[in-house]
Design a protein around this ligand. Structure first.
Ligand code: NAD
Length: 341
């Protein structure tokens, strides 16, 4: 960036570009006119959700400093979306793995500082918020200050909170311009929908699609279904990333929808889309996360003039349609259906 203008010619790095949000972000940046988007992910390229042939696509492990150094070479902006993560089932059972993502952000920050990149974006999470403020399903939406005193989600949330602070201190001590967004449950097409890392919106779509397909009209719900959440459609997330990256916001900010829904309410929506009614069983022993969580959007409205606004019904319809087409493709290939809850 020079004179406040984005330099579309210099490379932009999307770490984790083979993933859900990263894949969409690469496409969005190219649409915006970036000539050189470097997309790095540890997964073999055949497993990337989206692969832009116009981008520079690299398979590399970004926990390693030397790979971060190569990834940051000549780069103007870094977007760090690389992380070993998943839904509640994954993060509650893989705390050490989740914490090891600290290596990715740490090495990317160090190499970004040394390569003198213009701006560094870090994808944080609502899992940084103090658990005591999320006990009641009838939630008071979480505002940015509620991350302290610190008592985040064990494992995943601690790593996110630590990495947020690392961004802050690299800004304070080295002058690296860092931007941090706390995502709240992002969903949409081209994301994980099966295999154990999927989140509730995709899992519910898959279960309803499978019920329609197999004729077995029942659905298992993790917890009592009364836990509340808000879910952010991918287009709103991408719009927010762009606004935050181009803002002068130094401190972490919520990037989430404030449309609160119970998990039972989410199932109602998916049943309506799938035109089916299912018998519900509640697995009270399954990981279910906090009882209630919503995004307080006062700061984003005040500072950036807008907040995620896609109605859950509308976003879920698009997500359902994409997962249904992926489900059909898998059935045609006769790959056995997953037994994952
Ligand atoms: P994702 O799992 O689809 O994408 C993450 C990508 O990072 C994956 O493709 C993975 O292969 C890659 N990765 C993991 N380890 C790596 C390594 N060592 N080197 C290189 N690449 C590596 O997840 P997502 O939903 O796209 O999330 C993107 C970011 O947003 C993550 O930091 C995540 O914690 C954060 N976030 C997501 C949500 C959400 O609801 N999706 C909510 C809060 C925060």
């Amino acid at each position: 960036m020079s004179n406040g203008k984005v330099d579309f010619g210099r490379p932009v790095l999307v770490a984790g570009g083979g993933g859900f949000i990263g894949g969409h972000l690469v496409t969005r940046l190219m649409e915006q006119g970036h000539k050189h988007v470097r997309c790095v992910d540890i997964k073999p390229m055949g497993q990337w959700y989206q692969t832009s042939t116009e981008a520079e696509n690299v398979v590399a492990d970004l926990t390693l400093a030397e790979n971060c150094k190569a990834a940051c070479e000549d780069v103007a902006d870094v977007y760090n979306l690389a992380c070993d993560m998943g839904g509640m089932g994954f993060i509650e059972n893989n705390k050490a793995l989740c914490m090891l993502s600290v290596l990715i952000n740490t090495h990317l920050l160090m190499e970004s500082r040394d390569a003198k990149v213009d701006r560094f974006f870090y994808a944080s999470s609502a899992c940084v918020y103090n658990a005591d403020k999320q006990i009641n399903p009838d939630v008071i939406p979480l505002k940015e200050a509620d991350a302290y005193p610190a008592m985040p989600e064990d494992g995943y949330g601690w790593e996110k909170l630590f990495s947020e602070r690392m961004c802050r201190h690299f800004r304070e001590d080295y002058g690296l311009k860092t931007r941090v967004a706390r995502f709240h449950n992002v969903y949409g097409p081209y994301g994980t929908w099966d295999g154990g890392r999927e989140k509730a919106p995709a899992a519910m779509c898959r279960k309803v699609i499978a019920a329609n397909d197999t004729g077995q009209h029942n659905i298992e719900i993790w917890g009592d279904g009364e836990q509340t959440r808000s879910f952010t459609y991918i287009d709103d997330c991408l719009h927010g990333i762009n606004l935050i990256m181009n803002s002068n916001l130094d401190e972490p900010i919520n990037l989430g929808s404030s449309e609160l829904v119970t998990i039972n309410g989410l199932v109602d929506i998916v049943e309506e889309i799938g035109n089916i009614k299912l018998d519900r069983t509640y697995n009270l022993d399954a990981p279910k996360g906090v009882n209630g969580r919503n995004s307080d959007n006062t700061m984003i409205l005040e500072r950036l003039g807008g907040a995620p606004s896609t109605r859950l019904k509308d976003g879920m319809k698009k997500t359902y349609q994409w997962i249904e087409s992926e489900y059909r493709k898998r059935e045609e290939k006769s790959v056995p259906a997953s037994s994952n809850a």
